[in-house]
Write a protein that binds this ligand. Structure first.
Ligand code: BTN
Length: 185
């Protein structure tokens, strides 16, 4: 049904708005005039797209720092690391390119743990390689980093303990070094 009520006095004889008032009230522009809203919206959506792109870039690279996979170091050694279990433990195999012994190199098992298993950022970890062709053992500790291009590196420090015949030789039984691993797969 149509209302028979008298129109509210504020609709009576409303003077026309100034351009500023019209803009503030969001009124439609006069025919032929340029509306400032589309330009402002364009700028806003551009910034939004840029922000989302930057955000996704940073989260992508942060997400990519995972230990699982196939890695190689600057000596040419390769290692494969498994997925983490719930406690952050992992296993793997190590194929060293170099050795302190003259024995034939054999792929050897490794066991390790990642600190804070649910994290995928710049995680710290450690693992032990139990050489199958020597009496020595090596422990690695390290941290995973990702550069701006998303390239991951494992920066590690290792200690290699070789078996010596007596305590008198203990002074020369431990080597220390660093290795940087990059992802193959
Ligand atoms: C040995 O020769 O006693 C066993 C092999 C040791 C290989 C070492 S472990 C640290 C360094 N990084 C490598 O990739 N290989 C060597």
């Amino acid at each position: 049904m149509r209302s028979t009520a008298a129109p509210s006095p504020r609709y009576k004889g409303r003077r026309s708005r100034s351009p500023g008032e019209a803009r503030r009230a969001g009124a439609a522009p006069a025919p032929g005039s340029r509306h400032p809203l589309p330009a402002a919206m364009g700028r806003q959506s551009c910034s939004l797209v840029l922000a989302v792109a930057l955000l996704s870039l940073s989260t992508t690279s942060a997400r990519k720092c995972e230990l699982q996979g196939l890695w190689k170091n600057e000596l040419g050694s390769n290692m494969t690391l498994s997925a983490l279990d719930a406690a952050g433990a992992f296993t793997g195999s190590y194929h060293t390119a170099v050795a302190a012994t003259n024995k034939r190199i054999v792929v050897s098992p490794l066991k390790g743990a990642q600190q804070h298993p649910s994290t995928k950022g710049k995680v710290t970890f450690g693992f032990t390689v139990q050489w199958q062709f020597a009496d020595s053992i090596t422990v690695f500790v390290g941290q995973c980093f990702v550069d701006r291009q998303g390239k991951e590196t494992l920066e590690t420090t290792w200690l290699l303990r070789e078996e010596v015949p007596s305590r008198r030789d203990s002074w020369k039984a431990t080597r220390i070094g660093t290795n940087i691993f990059t992802r193959i797969k």
